[in-house]
Design a protein around this ligand. Structure first.
Ligand code: G1P
Ligand code: ZN
Length: 545
């Protein structure tokens, strides 16, 4: 006979503060006694009225996924959640979770993922809460959860065996219904509503060789269904398509450093016309062409410029948004299309109100994230399909598409330099150094311009008027160039310093330079100003995008 157990812990956990995207810690920390459980308890308390409601639960398949889901189900049963929906094998991408929340009118979703951070026993684990609009919990909610954890000394769970999550089924557990569903089917039908699969299928089968890298993470099963079963490609168009608990030792972050195998195939060997990769939980994407890398900020601009080619957006788009450090390439397109363009802080949660209120249709971040109002998360496979639809319509190569885009709109040269996992002390010194000098920098010469604005970015949400301060230090030059400095809110080791550089060029003669060269004066200028190489003792950043 199942019974509800109350567990008491001696001291509340004081370090469960959600970051840019949920609570992210080492797997080992999450495996510690009561660590996951108390955080889930705090989520359920903070959500209010979970009794009788529907909740979506799943994760990106990393080490600990299955056991964490079962623990969560037991705690939800104790809280008398009405229905818990779990996709088969507990595998759920972040965008698919967002869709399921909306489809089932759930109160929210708990997604087990540390996104693009490595997995396995020695890697990272994470818990993200999405709320009833399908989007990441806003700061008011995450703050509430954090406060709750700081005083929490007990949690409850239903002491019962949870059935296998391997196949579809419906189970009554105490007062809760557990439904194990086919999560892939629903997501793929959403994609079919948006895109013309027949047209993409014809193009990729006949004229265009493509390769998709799932990085041994959650998008594998979705990609198999889309690319192989629906678009008719062979299995060989997929790389690393079986989700593994440690992602096969890959760092599932789709960029040129960590998706090296794919990058080599496209950029060095020039073996395919199109290549793409998604991250651990399927919300990020990287787009590559033969011999060409598409910067995510440019990807957002290209998508925005071509929405009329995609059936799901043929009635037009209301507006766009980008995170502050994302390049202003999309602003140029928005101006041309005469639609509003919003600037928000880093993190998808800031797009939620704009999407819900219908002010924007498309949004994106420089960190390989692009999405639309079809869900409330960035969506990796959606972005890949969007590119394929544009290419199938225009029947051109990736490099021609991007070059024509720059020729029409001008080019926002852009790069991001990450100094990963450096000592927190050094990172804060560099950050505080710039912060304390912002005022005096205004009016001074920097690189090939004069700094006309230097501030610590603060955002007022246009819908609920909530204010988010300290969202990144930025320097804006009289020629429109920008240099931005932020500390990452998703890392788990030391601190990660992110530097973002941007310069706009319109002249047709200057459109095809290497971004590291085109932005060289800004890169040099910030090192001179802040002594970054010396202070970090690193000659080059860990990752250059
Ligand atoms: C990073 C990205 C940010 C993204 C987040 C979650 O956050 O920079 O754009 O929303 O991951 O994918 P950061 O580590 O910079 O705080
Ligand atoms: Zn992710």
């Amino acid at each position: 006979m199942a019974s509800i157990k109350n567990v008491h812990i001696d001291h509340p956990f004081t370090d469960q503060k959600p970051g840019t995207s949920g609570l992210r810690k080492s797997t080992k920390q999450f495996l510690g006694d009561h660590y996951l459980e108390t955080f889930i308890e705090a989520i359920l308390i903070s959500l209010n009225n979970v009794e009788g409601s529907t909740l979506i639960v799943g994760g990106d398949g990393r080490y600990g996924n299955d056991s964490a889901i079962k623990k969560i189900i037991k705690i939800c049963c104790a809280h008398k959640v009405g229905t818990i929906i779990v996709p088969q094998k507990g595998l759920l991408s972040t965008p698919a979770a967002s869709d399921l929340i909306r489809t089932y009118s759930a109160i929210g979703g708990i997604i087990l993922s540390a996104s693009h951070n490595p997995g396995g026993r020695d890697g990272d684990f994470g818990v993200k809460l999405n709320v009833s609009n399908g989007g990441p919990a806003p700061e008011t909610v995450t703050e509430k959860i954090y406060k709750c954890t700081q005083a929490l000394t007990s949690y409850q769970f239903l002491d019962v065996d949870i059935p296998s999550l391997d196949s579809e089924g419906s189970f009554d557990i105490y007062r809760t219904k557990l439904k194990v569903i086919d999560g892939v089917k629903r997501y793929v039908s959403l994609m079919e509503d948006i895109f013309d699969f027949d047209q993409i299928g014809e193009y990729v089968k006949n004229d265009f060789s493509i390769i998709f890298d799932a990085m041994n993470a959650v998008t594998g099963p979705y990609a198999k269904e889309i690319f192989v079963n629906r678009l008719g490609l062979s299995d060989t168009s997929l790389l690393n398509s079986n989700p593994l608990p440690d992602f096969g030792h890959l760092h599932p972050d789709p960029n040129l450093t960590y998706a090296k195998e794919l990058a080599d195939l496209l950029l060095d060997q020039k073996k395919y016309s199109f290549g793409a990769a998604c991250d651990g939980d399927g919300d990020r994407n990287m787009i590559l062409g033969k011999g060409c890398f598409i910067n995510p900020s440019d990807s957002l601009a290209v998508i925005t410029a071509n929405t009329s080619l995609v059936p799901g957006y043929k009635n037009g788009i209301s507006g766009v948004a980008r995170s502050m450090p994302t390049s202003m390439a999309v602003d140029v397109v928005a101006k041309e299309l005469d639609i509003p363009c919003y600037e928000t802080p880093t993190g998808w949660k800031f797009f939620g109100n704009l999407l819900d209120s219908g002010k924007i249709t498309i949004c994106g971040e420089e960190s390989f994230g692009t999405g639309s109002n079809h869900v409330r998360e960035k969506d990796g496979l959606w972005a890949v399909l969007f590119w394929l639809q544009i290419l199938a319509q225009k029947k051109c190569s990736v490099i021609d598409l991007i070059r024509n885009h720059w020729m029409q709109f001008g080019r926002n040269y852009y790069t991001r330099h990450d100094y990963e996992a450096i000592s927190s002390e050094v990172a804060y010194q560099i950050y505080e150094d710039l912060k304390s000098r912002l005022n005096e920098l205004i009016g001074s010469h920097f690189a090939s311009g004069v700094i006309i604005k230097a501030d610590n970015y603060s955002y007022t949400d246009p819908i609920d008027r909530s204010i988010s301060d300290n969202q990144g230090l930025r320097m804006i030059l009289d020629n429109g160039s920008r240099v931005i400095l932020r500390l990452s809110g998703t890392g788990t080791k030391g601190s990660t310093l992110r530097l973002y550089f941007e310069k706009y060029v319109k002249s047709q003669n200057d459109l095809f330079l290497d971004p590291q060269v085109a932005l060289g004066d800004l890169i040099f200028g910030i090192d001179k100003l802040l002594n970054i190489k010396n202070r970090t003792k690193m000659d080059v950043p860990t990752v250059i995008t």
